[in-house]
Ligand binder design. Sequence first.
Ligand code: UD1
Ligand code: CA
Length: 406
Amino acid sequence: MSKKVAIILAAGMSSRMNTKLPKVLHEVCGRPMLAYVIDACRLAGVHKLYIIVGYGKEQVIHYFKDDKDITWIEQKEQKGTGHAVLCCKEQLADFEGDTLILCGDMPLIRPEIVKTLVDKHDHESAAATLATAILEDTRSYGRIIRDGYGNIQGIVEEADCNAQQKLIKEVNPSYYCFKNTVLFEALSKITPNNKKNEYYLTDALHLIIKAGHKVVAVTAVSQEDAIGVNSRQQLSEVGRIMQQRIQDRFVKNGVTIVDPPNTWIDARAQIGQDTVIEPFTYIHGKVSIGNNCRVGPFAYVREGTVLGSDVILGVFTEVKNSTLSDGVRARHHSYIGDAVLGKNVDIGAGAITANFDGHKIQTTQIGDNVFVGCGTVIVAPINIPPNTQIAPASSVTSESLKKETK
Ligand code: UD1
Ligand code: CA
């Protein structure tokens, strides 16, 4: 197996999204769509990534600034997918391995399909391998043209299709693997001789076939996985499918989700075995929920929350950037922000941490077995010793605590 790098195309402007944010930074279940494509490449064994950026490139690069395996390549003018790949010429022209090419706006891409593509490519010792999809609605996709023996003859873009080609159901979802030197040789010869006046990557494929190299296809991409995001409608459609995948993963791992359509869980969340997620729960951000917890209904669990085991978060409870140790209960109407709660703390109905004084966020610490009466306001910064009992409707500050304990 030869070495693999990937080129991800992400320079497009996306006028149909009607957005100022670069398209690939739009979020799907809490992560930018580009992040999923990057993951799929890494999990499929790609060792280096080249990402083509153009519109909003600073923002995209900034978002992924900690990802050291990425080389960012600028495409100043968007002159087509073939031109985009050619922008890597300086970095890649002499690379002797294989190059995967994928699009940054296809977050439903799955690592196992990329792996299937790569395995087929290696197994066949092909110059180019495509993963194709059979679709009901083929609109806007390039059609796969095969001869009577099933050999790939090329891809024709929707705009360039004749009436008969338009009926072809096998399409190009843009999952490619090329022998790199063959790819760049062909790219140096393509011209913008099409309706859109663009340099098409698919034309390079034609040249590779014409030159007699081996090109194969594997029909491996499901209808779902082929959805690219070109509009806000597709963004929500993809979000819905991704949400289902995330929930399926948890359910397989022993989490009960009582009402899947009315539950939203971030792709970055972790949830332990035998935890029950009640309806209308919204879990956003990098959150970790332990085993045997009960969350919701109507709970809002936010970025930076860590719940131990046997934690109960009930109706209209919001938790942000806080650690709740084993056995904590906050059953009704409370807000816990920037706090660390010891074991078995009981937060009464309507109790809140006042963590923001108008200027600064302050932290709250509550020791093991503290009982917080209903309607209490705990004013941060504060450290409440273990076993403290707080009467209902108290306003607890550091000062009031000192007086109490004198
Ligand atoms: C492309 C394929 C088509 C395929 C479809 C799948 C070509 C010529 N056509 O068409 O066969 O069915 O994808 O979605 O390749 N991009 C750049 N720079 C450019 C142009 C595009 O980075 O100059 C990026 C876009 O940001 C996008 C991707 O390349 O992520 C695909 O470009 P797009 O214009 O959407 O191609 P399609 O017309 O959809
Ligand atoms: Ca597209």
